[in-house]
Unconditional design. Structure first.
Lengths: 315, 279
């Protein structure tokens, strides 16, 4: 700066007088910003970026907690994983769970939001009721569900008997266990989706409905297809992705209610990772599962982030 | 959608009938849980549906729940862990968010890009390396192990930054004129303006970590440190489906604090959890 100023001879004095406090302010601002953001930056590297890099590295090793030595094993963990029947079962179950929970919780969320918005009374009461499962501790509620699903004394089977249907072993029948867990997942998630749809509905301009009515869309049905559904498109995409990310992370109900059983019928990705990493302490294997899990969730969240960039302006 | 032209009575009634029926189904697990927590053992194992017990066993079940497991300790642990996490999150995120929103500095775009990248990382995916790190430091099975992984909330930084962008620069400049230090600006000027955003974020954070099961399950051994979800799960394992009255009483106690808080401030909760949770 000083050299530059000297070369310009005549204007030096003016410039210096003008720039000095500016430069000093610049430097001070830089220094302040570094000090203020350093703790956050340091912790981001220690607790997020570092661990993501480490989980990748560990997945290429035979690391076991407490083992005397560690060696690089290349893709061995992944080869083991991909030749393991349990892993494919686990991945398949996770995808099936997502495939049940996402459409159902989105459809229920939308239906309930439309129903609530179609009239005036008790709006906030209904909204609150359907939101309670979202924030009530899932583990405690899973225990309540377990008792409701009890083969002999559970409320569900007692109700079925009353209307003359056969009782079921909801959590021990290999064909029923995953749909049952998915039902609990839907029960927990749809209120969240409902709230997002309610926000989307409120922001649809009134005049569009008036215009549709002028064009002859008289029934609620035609108004829905002509205005509501197209206007909710971006919100719906968003809700689908968020529900997919959330249901991909299913773990709590599986761990408390089924431990992945019977015979791996409810084994899901995070449960596989948990038992490899924290029950058998095969960190390398667990890391490989974590990488697979990360790949799926990252793909979904990147698509979601793209949507936000495109400004889903109803939210 | 017919807000302008009032609904005919029949469809208004139909709307309430359908919604009330759905509400009843959704609340069933809560109702059955509370109902069971009032029943004596003899009325739990019945082959008929009984919502209200013949013999009320409220006192017995709830005292049994408190006697069989240190429920108060679990609730206290939940409070300690969630408030520590939230306080540290704000302490770390707020200055960084202020710097990203209001200061011009070399590397700002890089830092912000890192924040956006970190938002994508799901907590479960990095559980293995974090567990090994904490094992190295010898802090597994401590409060620190429960709190530390969450003290950096990149999501909190993002949220606060967005909020600070809408705060006029004049406010910051005026504070500088008055001779307030940058540090003072963060805590005495920015913090008070951001109270609504911080409240929403706080609800989101407390609910998420009060309910978290995965991480406490991994790092804890000692019952004295258990958070509410871990506590109630252990209670259930030790009962192994024999004594449902006290178990349901315990579950009711565990969900009560959040549900009651929700009923008192449902609008804030919905804002915090649904709208804060996704941006």
């Amino acid at each position: 700066m000083a050299d530059l100023a000297l070369q310009h001879g005549g204007t030096t004095v003016v410039r210096r007088a003008h720039r000095r406090p500016h430069d000093a302010r610049r430097a001070r601002e830089q220094w302040t910003a570094v000090v203020l953001s350093f703790p956050a930056l340091f912790l981001m590297f220690l607790l997020l970026i570092g661990p993501v890099a480490t989980v990748l590295i560990i997945s290429f090793t035979d690391y076991q907690l407490g083992a005397p030595s560690v060696g690089l094993v290349g893709l061995q963990n992944y080869q083991d994983l991909f030749s393991d029947r349990v892993f494919w079962k686990s991945l398949g179950n996770t995808l099936r769970y997502v495939a049940i929970v996402v459409p159902a919780s989105v459809a229920f969320g939308l239906a309930v939001a439309l129903l609530i918005e179609s009239g005036e009374g008790l709006k906030s009461f209904y909204r609150a009721v359907f939101f309670v499962p979202v924030m009530a501790t899932l583990i405690a509620m899973a225990i309540s569900w377990e008792y409701m699903l009890h083969p002999q004394f559970g409320l569900i089977n007692l109700l079925l008997k009353q209307i003359g249907l056969a009782p079921q072993s909801w959590l021990t029948d290999p064909h029923l266990v995953l749909p049952t867990l998915a039902a609990i997942g839907i029960w927990q998630l749809f209120g969240f989706n409902m709230v997002l749809f309610l926000a989307g509905l409120v922001s649809i301009p009134r005049h569009l409905y008036d215009a549709a009515a002028l064009d002859g869309a008289q029934s609620a049905w035609s108004r829905f297809w002509l205005v509501t559904w197209p206007m909710l498109g971006p919100v719906t995409m968003f809700v689908v992705l968020i529900s997919a990310v959330r249901s991909f992370q299913v773990f709590d109900t599986v761990h408390v209610l089924t431990k992945g059983g019977p015979n791996k019928a409810s084994e899901v990705l995070l449960y596989t990772m948990y038992s490899e990493g924290f029950e058998f302490f095969r960190s390398g294997q667990a890391a490989a599962v974590a990488v697979v899990f990360l790949a799926f969730v990252l793909t979904l969240t990147v698509i979601k982030a793209r949507l936000i960039e495109k400004r889903v302006h109803y939210l | 959608m017919s807000r302008a032209n009032p609904l005919p009575t029949a469809s208004a009634v139909a709307r309430h009938v359908v919604l009330l029926a759905l509400a009843a189904v959704v609340l069933l697990p809560f109702a059955w849980m509370i109902s069971t927590s009032l029943k004596p053992q003899s009325e739990v194992f019945l082959s008929e549906i009984r919502w209200w017990p013949d013999r009320l066993h409220v006192v017995e079940n709830y005292t049994a729940a408190f006697a069989k497991a240190p429920l108060l300790q679990f609730l206290l642990n939940g409070a300690i862990v969630t408030t520590s996490i939230f306080a540290l999150q704000v302490l770390i995120a707020l200055p960084a968010a202020y710097a990203l929103a209001k200061l011009r500095f070399y590397g700002r775009d890089t830092v912000f890009a890192l924040v956006l990248f970190c938002i994508l990382i799901p907590a479960q995916a990095i559980a293995v390396p974090l567990f090994l790190l904490f094992h190295q430091f010898g802090i597994l099975d401590t409060y620190a192990a429960l709190v530390l992984p969450f003290i950096i909330s990149v999501f909190g930084i993002f949220l606060m930054r967005q909020f600070f962008l809408s705060v006029p620069d004049d406010l910051v400049d005026a504070a500088r004129m008055d001779g307030i230090s940058e540090f003072g600006i963060v805590w005495r000027i920015m913090l008070p303006t951001a109270i609504p955003a911080i409240t929403a974020f706080g609800i989101f954070s407390v609910v998420a970590h009060w309910n978290d099961y995965f991480w406490p399950l991994i790092v804890l051994n000692s019952e004295s440190l258990f958070t509410p979800p871990l506590g109630v799960a252990t209670f259930r394992n030790s009962e192994a489906g024999t004594d449902y009255g006290p178990l349901m009483a315990a579950a009711t106690i565990i969900i009560a604090p959040l549900v009651i808080a929700f009923l008192f401030a449902q609008r804030r909760f919905i804002e915090g959890i649904a709208f804060t949770g996704l941006k």
